[in-house]
Design a protein around this ligand. Structure first.
Ligand code: GDP
Length: 132
């Protein structure tokens, strides 16, 4: 059993897709172990997106994530990290495979509905950041 972090981003929360998205994970055999709705802040995002803080899109990404409430979830299941990444689809919503969360509920490369940890090390690191 593996644990991973999922964030439902403000675009999907505003569009009232929280329930739809949670159902997709549950229908794929994953369990929601912990969940909270909250506003992010710059300090949390700096830690969470540490690999992106120097990128040109970082200010825009922060502005987007701070634009509304998010849902932070700890998801558990067999192969949960890779399974969630597959369910979410690729980063750019316009290129995400049919039926993936980003294909269904994302808009573009930034407003892509969800975050899922990239690997098990990131999952542990991110679960720690958001559990405080
Ligand atoms: P992920 O692991 O699929 O979420 O992708 P990344 O770790 O590469 O990027 C983190 C987040 O930054 C993505 O989910 C997008 O919301 C945003 N992002 C990534 N690439 C770009 C980009 O080129 N432009 C903008 N505006 N946002 C981006």
């Amino acid at each position: 059993m593996e644990r991973t972090l999922v964030i439902i981003k403000p675009d999907a929360v505003k569009a009232k897709h929280v329930g739809d998205i949670i159902s997709i994970y549950e229908n794929n055999g994953l369990s929601i172990e912990n969940m909270k709705m909250m506003y992010a802040n710059e300090e949390l995002l700096k830690k969470h997106y540490e690999e992106h803080t120097d990128k040109s899109f970082y200010p825009s990404l922060v502005k987007f994530i701070l634009s509304g409430k998010i849902v932070v979830m700890e998801i558990m299941g067999e192969d949960a990290v890779d399974k969630v990444r597959e369910i979410n689809g690729v980063t750019d919503s316009m290129k995400a495979e049919k039926g993936t969360v980003r294909n269904l509920y994302g808009t573009d490369i930034q407003q892509n509905a969800v975050h899922g940890s990239a690997n098990s090390d990131d999952a542990k690191r991110e679960l720690d950041i958001w559990s405080r």
